[in-house]
Design a protein around this ligand. Sequence first.
Ligand SMILES: Cc1ncc(COP(=O)(O)O)c(C=O)c1O
Length: 409
Amino acid sequence: MAKNVNNNYNYKSDFPILNQKIRGKPLVYLDSASTSQKPANVIASEKEFYEHYNANIHRGVHYLSEKATQMYEDAREKTAKFVEAKSEEIVFVRGATEGINLIAATFGEQNVKSGDTILITEMEHHSNLVPWQQLAARKKAKLEFVEINTDGTLNLNDAAAKLEKQPAIFSFTHVSNVLGTINPVEKLTKMAKKRGVSVVLDAAQSAPHLPLNFATIGADFAAFSGHKMLSPTGIGAVYGKREHLENMPPYQTGGHMIKTVTKQTATWNDVPWKFEAGTSNIAGAVGLGAAIEYLEKIGMKKVERYNAELVSYCLEELQKLPFVTIYGPLENRCGVVSFNVGDMHSHDVSSILDEEGIAIRSGHHCCQPLMETLGVTATCRASFHIYNTMEDVDKLVNGLKKCKKVFKL
Ligand SMILES: Cc1ncc(COP(=O)(O)O)c(C=O)c1O
């Protein structure tokens, strides 16, 4: 039976998509680490934008263009405040993937030399791995990995030893999208900074659940995706320290990111617009602003606490099932619970749960090297957001008991 949770409001009712049946059963959405659902105010904000304010930004001097520009820049202000940054330090991008590619192709291109090392960790998503592989190949640099411990935490001694060798860049995830591990981000950043190492933070899985303060974390850059934190898809942000953004070359070139253009040359716009070539996802940014408003109304401390309660209840219940193997630490984790059921393939588990209206993710979660380290090819993953309840966890557990019966485990 589900425990009583310190949460007296049913957030589920704010999310229209959750009020439906899938295969005749009420939808239990446990795939928010892939993409979260959107509350009604976010959906309404996009609709309102297109019905009343749609125009291109920063260009026209007509009313709609000025209004759309103001809404887009207001969204930047809200995003900056959400992560305790200045608005000129926030560049709108499609999401964390584009953000990390931007950082690697500009700051990385400028600062990594032949023979240098780029340090990442064994728990990175492909988005925080492949762009660095590509940069390392272009620059004839080396890519090194901080190891993980058997409990799925980061090996801090290994991090210290590898940072001692002064890599050019240390890029790591705040929260693992497979293990749920919350890395000690301020400690790691301090360790890197003491040795003059530039830090890039993948905040894709932390921005949805944890209060973030980029000013105190001290990383040089961070990237996150709006769609994992209740906003529309196709919008996210790069945070970069102003002096870096000023000194970096542009990522893409063309309209909007220029100050002046002659037949042969061009000069660049001020930051952050220098990095926003072409027409931006204006409605998406407005939607991100609305998602931030929704999260801030609840309060990120409460979002964090509620998520921690859901995750620990899920871990507690899964530990009672002897046929389930859990991956990642049992404490100090966030957002996701990865597991396997006997020797069943995760896709089969997912299909059986789907018959019960339960949506989980199965597969390698864009972390193939981490799967190799864990000695598996795939896992099941249940992930949570504010709209999930303890009853959702109970339904997951019942679904897994059905898997046990079907596969005679
Ligand atoms: C840790 C982590 N980093 C980066 C990404 C990439 O995010 P996006 O696909 O929104 O660009 C994800 C997505 O799952 C992720 O979990």
